[in-house]
Design a protein around this ligand. Structure first.
Ligand code: NDP
Length: 312
């Protein structure tokens, strides 16, 4: 734990793969970065169990183990960690001003934002308890664990269509539960869904609750037309109702796309504010993988380092 200096060189917000990779690179470049993380360090990966697609691990590693290794590596090279909530950023001039929840303010020459995106959940009574035990918001991460099982996806957008299609590689059947009678996904994605015999749409329906003690055993599904509730025997529920990028702190300074993702200059992590860099899921709604987040975290540290050299 480290108090911020009156003027920091590089401040990193977020401790997922993007933020920690930025920290490893900035620390190895002797820039003594300050990394600020919230109450649950490690980001979205800490809510997953086995991670089997992060390169470099022949055997599965758990999300929390992986993030602990990232953290130790960042620490080893001199990253300073601070647990705090940033309540305000002023990016109108450099150095940027950061305000913490305890009222402390400090300035930083560069800021790397790696605040990620939060998967939206349905808010059901048993949903959170069963995350990582059958409930997931990431088919790429967890689909593999549902070989020959019957599962459900909820949502009607491109993510739901893509995840349902992807999951048919493993699952014996995928129920696609949507609250309307048609998908909002692109026509091409819809065509793929409807051509796939393993996907069974359940229209005009909402998941009422997830059933199961230590793992998912089924769902309670309400038909929104007649309000009848029925049981659906599935072992997995993939929530694909969208993500919310954590970009509120930067609103008004940088350009955001319609969904709230920070816009970066293609091929870099630069934004329209010189000295402010965005990486990871905060600026990526397409790939959203730990390894791509780590890749852009590396880019952000290199971009910041170059920026500091150029402005010195
Ligand atoms: P979207 O916002 O497009 O879709 C969310 C879906 O979830 C909608 O069908 C919505 O229903 C439903 N939904 C939202 N809240 C609830 C709720 N509480 N209960 C039940 N259902 C709910 O999000 P996506 O993640 O699908 O896509 C985000 C963006 O990323 C889009 O621009 C999309 O095009 C893009 N994308 C592109 C991909 C590609 O090109 N390969 C892949 C994935 C995403 P309703 O329809 O009723 O509003």
């Amino acid at each position: 734990m480290s108090a911020p200096q009156p003027l920091e060189t590089i401040t990193i917000l977020g401790s997922g793969p993007a933020g920690l990779t930025a920290a490893i690179y900035a620390a190895r470049a002797n820039l003594k970065p300050l990394l600020i993380h919230g109450g649950q360090p490690g980001g979205q990966l800490t809510t997953t169990t086995d991670v089997e697609n992060y390169p470099g691990f022949a055997e599965a590693v758990t999300g929390p183990e992986l993030m602990e290794a990232f953290t130790k590596q960042a620490e080893r090279f001199g990253t300073r960690f601070l647990q705090a909530t940033v309540t305000k950023t002023d990016l109108s001039k450099r150095p940027f001003r950061i305000t913490l929840d305890n009222g402390t303010t400090f300035e930083t020459q560069t800021l790397i934002a790696a605040t990620g995106a939060t998967a939206k959940y349905l808010g059901l009574p048993n949903e959170m308890r069963l995350i990582g035990r059958g409930v997931s918001a990431c088919a790429t991460c967890d689909g593999f664990f549902f070989r020959n099982q019957e599962i459900a996806v909820v949502g009607g957008g491109d993510t739901a269509a893509e995840e349902a299609t992807f999951l048919t590689r493993f699952a014996s059947k995928v129920h696609l539960i949507h609250r309307r009678e048609e998908l909002r996904a692109s026509k091409a994605m819809q065509a793929r869904v409807f051509a796939n015999a393993k996907i069974q749409p359940i229209w005009n329906s909402a998941v009422e609750d997830v059933v199961g003690e230590s793992e998912v055993r089924g769902l309670k599904v309400r038909n929104l037309l007649d309000n009848k509730i029925s049981d659906l025997n599935v072992t997995g529920l993939f929530i694909a109702i969208g993500h919310k990028p954590n970009s509120d702190l930067f609103k008004g300074y940088v350009d955001l796309d319609a969904a709230g993702y920070v816009k970066t200059v293609p091929g870099s992590t630069r934004t329209k504010v010189p000295g402010f860099f965005a990486c990871g899921d905060l600026q990526d709604h397409v790939y959203r993988q730990a390894v791509t987040a780590a890749g852009t975290g590396c880019m952000a540290a290199l971009d910041a380092e170059r920026f500091l050299q150029e402005t010195e």
